[in-house]
Write a protein that binds this ligand. Sequence first.
Ligand code: ADP
Ligand code: MG
Length: 293
Amino acid sequence: ATPTSIMVGTGRAADMGILFRQGDALQGLSRVDVVAFDKTGTLTLGKPVLTDLEPAAGYSREQVLALAAAVQQHSEHPIAQAIVAAAQQDGLSLPEVSGFEAVTGAGVQAQTQGQCLRIGSAAFMEQHGIALPPTMLARLQDWGQTGRTPVFMALDQTAVAAIAVADPIKESAARAIEALHRQGVRSVMITGDNRHTAQAVARQLGIDDVHPETLPDGKVAVLQALHERGLKTAFVGDGINDAPALATADIGIAIGTGTDVAIESAAVVLMSDDLHGVPDAIALSRATLRNIH
Ligand code: ADP
Ligand code: MG
């Protein structure tokens, strides 16, 4: 494409709410084989709500929710916000906690009343030698199958609750994936969430491949593996954690409503959170290269 056609294409993209931060991205996009998506905040709204809370015998809902919110008020994770909002809605007063720590892609912990309180994935519990009773383990599957994300809570070595949050899928997501498939582009989802939940969301959207339980470094590794197979990749994400993947993909596409770090790591920015911007950008890129030589 000529500099003029690139300028025209970039201008037309801007009218559609698609910002090209790097000039060569407009050409690069036309040859993309695979688009990989982050799940939370990208395919979903990123605003989960608490849907289920099952305390272990001897604990009440109020007790568990107040403790959970006391720790989670120090976390910025969407799961944390859902738990804190539920406690506020119930008008609970929160106990004191100290020594808060967040473990990326796993969970959070803090000290309260001389005990260590942890909330996080089943894998996080396992890492700390906390056994989940069969009733809680079953929730991984039955909550996960409906796209809910289960997390577990423990006091020292004892599991005290299973909690589920649900994060609605964006209205634009299914249509965007469908449009990509019509363009001959494969779709992939990469997420830190568990296998059951990830697969349920992917199934609802018709996504080709899922990589669940993947930390930020793992997202990079998935993209590198696709690259080594000779495939040209785009990655779509919104979070701080997505910055390495956005920088690694051949074309990084950030959701404009996401974090500044994500936007700064991306070649392309969608000004709205409408995912149809992804196939639109590819179509525009192909048209730009086709029409003007
Ligand atoms: P995603 O890629 O979907 O944004 P993350 O990598 O942020 O997921 O988190 C992966 C998993 O780690 C979550 O599904 C959850 O099980 C656990 N986790 C992370 N942070 C928290 C938190 N603050 N509270 C509870 N669980 C958490
Ligand atoms: Mg995200």
